[in-house]
Ligand binder design. Sequence first.
Ligand code: MTE
Ligand code: MO
Length: 198
Amino acid sequence: MSVRDVTDLYEEFGDDRLPPGQRETSRFPVLSKSGTPSWSPEDWEFEVWGAVEEPLSFSLSEFEALPSETQRQDFHCVTGWSRFDNEFTGVPFPALAERAGVRDDAAHVMFHGFDGYTTDLPLAECDREEVLFAWELDGEPLPDDHGGPVRVVTPHKYAYKGAKWVDGVEFLTEKRLGYWEKRGYSDTADPWNEERYS
Ligand SMILES: Nc1nc2c(c(=O)[nH]1)N[C@H]1C(S)=C(S)[C@@H](COP(=O)(O)O)O[C@H]1N2
Ligand SMILES: [Mo]
């Protein structure tokens, strides 16, 4: 299986692979606002709606049949740890956006998790190949506590921009704040600029 290494994306943002104020860990801590929600493969449904030509809906098997790739990525948590070289398999954001046909007036994207979590990014900042809707980590199904069956990963942003348990993508014509962004975390979340709080 081929793995695309995107760990050099830091070069776009800073001089060092490890962003300032972070320390590297080989552990993978779990951070969730309210525990791990339960789900069943039969009931899981993923939807794309809002400022798109064609709203989409997928069952889990349909979603996991989308053209996917495996990327080697780094993961930066706003609480100060970074985990290097995670291999995530999933569908890149641009491929999903293309299927839905993003309207010209779409400017932002709200990601919804089925634990009630939300997080937003400007369309231009999530319409990149490194933003994956991932269902595998290091060759195994994504563990439930890390967001299984499907989560978003955003290696160019602090990890709270990556919704675990993602089941909805809403294209917005105007910015709206997500769960942590409303509670004082930075809306821009650039790790190399230490945009932790707003
Ligand atoms: N649905 C959902 N996604 C979420 C969260 C959450 O509470 N719910 N927490 C965020 C935060 S603050 C972080 S740091 C990462 C943590 O991912 P991890 O638990 O896999 O380390 O997930 C993000 N995505
Ligand atoms: Mo976090």
